[in-house]
Design a protein around this ligand. Structure first.
Ligand code: NAD
Length: 367
């Protein structure tokens, strides 16, 4: 049987720096756990524009469609701000998401013990937190028609339309139930069925899909109450599924319960391929951080945890994903901090590569 395939797109700014640390971990799994990947690497974003005059070459797009998972660093930078909208680095990322039809965006909020003091909430509210928000990514009010700013009488009116088909709700609900099956078997669906027809349909379809997953405990909550509950007692949740707009807000809220941008991974999943694996793109939430690029200051943990998500959700290696997460927890418990995580006095920051090496050392110690 051939090895699972990975396309690595480091991108711009700190992207290549953090991805270099992920490569150390991929190599470690190949050498020590017999988990070998066929890895190819390509350009996306500003560096692709520099070489090809486009932020995503057609050949790269075709490769992304073929592999088992894509791992992306970050794109963009001030050098490219002057470019026409159609060739800006971010267009490369948007094209990947669109053409791979990645409709389920997964944003975990996970609190590592050593960083519980970093949260703006009380330590006992966030310690041990591990939840996942699944946001519908390709439909809803950001895409619905009609949209625009129109003349109406003697004033203008701005219009956006919340629109969801049953099949769009069905497929993202299935992704969320599948995730819940791999986690704590609890799913909370959030909408505004009290005031929005699209919310009523959302609730009906999610309930219907739930009949195929009798092991998962399904609950429903209005999204505004959900925001309140997320800040009051987030540990009541395991997986949350919600639409594009509410998910945009709730995933940012949940992610920041646990601290720095340099720690936040994400995944975007699409329909299952022939081999049963979902189309998948894994990437840190942060951008290319031009202010610290090239200085060895970037925190590689968000990108490393994105790879851990790939292990769990594309390759069914939940135990190996947990091994990576435990290694991250262990280096943080030892007091290692990249500059973005400094808070305690007298702590000297470690560099990007020192953090990566320390995580590999903890993986080694886990054997
Ligand atoms: P950013 O996420 O790049 O940086 C925001 C702040 O967080 C900066 O101070 C940065 O130094 C810090 N930071 C981010 N990641 C870090 C890490 N891993 N370790 C330590 N510190 C980190 O957001 P921005 O400054 O708004 O955008 C910079 C560029 O990145 C822009 O061109 C933007 O368009 C692009 N961007 C790309 C993506 C993506 O590729 N998915 C996402 C957001 C922004």
């Amino acid at each position: 049987m051939s090895n699972p395939s990975l396309l690595i797109l480091p991108g711009d700014g700190i992207g290549p720096e953090v991805m270099a640390e992920v490569s150390k971990i991929i190599d470690w799994f190949g050498a020590k756990r017999g988990l070998k990947f066929d890895v190819s690497e390509d350009l996306v974003g500003g560096c692709a524009y520099d070489k090809h005059g486009t932020p995503l070459h057609d050949d790269t797009m075709a490769k992304a469609q073929e592999v088992d998972a894509v791992l992306l660093g970050a794109v963009g930078g001030p050098k490219y701000d002057v470019l026409d909208f159609s060739v800006k680095p971010e267009r490369g990322l948007l094209r990947l998401r669109k053409e791979m039809d990645l409709y389920a965006n997964l944003r975990p909020a996970q609190c590592f013990d050593a960083l519980a003091d970093f949260s703006s909430l009380k330590k006992d509210v966030v310690a041990g937190l591990d939840i996942m928000i699944v946001r519908e990514l390709t439909s809803g009010v950001y895409f619905g028609e009609p949209r625009g700013i129109f003349e109406e009488g003697n004033e203008r009116v701005g219009i956006n339309t919340q629109r969801y088909t049953e099949s769009e709700i069905d497929r993202v609900a299935r992704s969320a139930f599948e995730l819940a099956m791999k986690r704590g078997k609890k799913l909370c669906s959030m909408e505004k069925a009290n005031v929005m027809e699209s919310g009523i349909l959302w609730r009906e379809v999610v309930t219907e899909v739930g009949k195929d997953y009798p092991e998962v405990e399904l609950s429903h909550m209005y999204a505004d109450a959900g925001a309140m509950q997320l800040t009051r007692w987030p540990k009541q949740f395991d997986v949350i599924v919600t639409d594009n707009l509410f998910g945009d807000l709730l995933s940012d809220l949940a992610a920041m319960l646990t601290g720095s941008l340099g720690m936040l991974p994400s995944a975007s999943l699409g329909a299952p391929m022939e081999n049963g694996r979902p189309k998948a793109l894994y990437e840190p939430v942060h951008g290319s951080a031009p202010d610290i690029a090239g200085q060895g200051k970037a925190n590689p943990i968000a990108c490393i945890l994105s790879f851990a998500m790939a292990l769990r959700y594309s390759f069914d290696k939940g135990d190996e994903a947990a091994r990576v997460e435990e290694a991250v927890n262990a280096v943080l418990a030892d007091g290692l901090r990249t500059a973005d995580l400094l808070g305690e006095e007298g702590v000297q920051p470690v560099s990007t590569s020192e953090m990566g090496d320390a995580i590999v050392a903890k993986l080694e110690a886990s054997l």
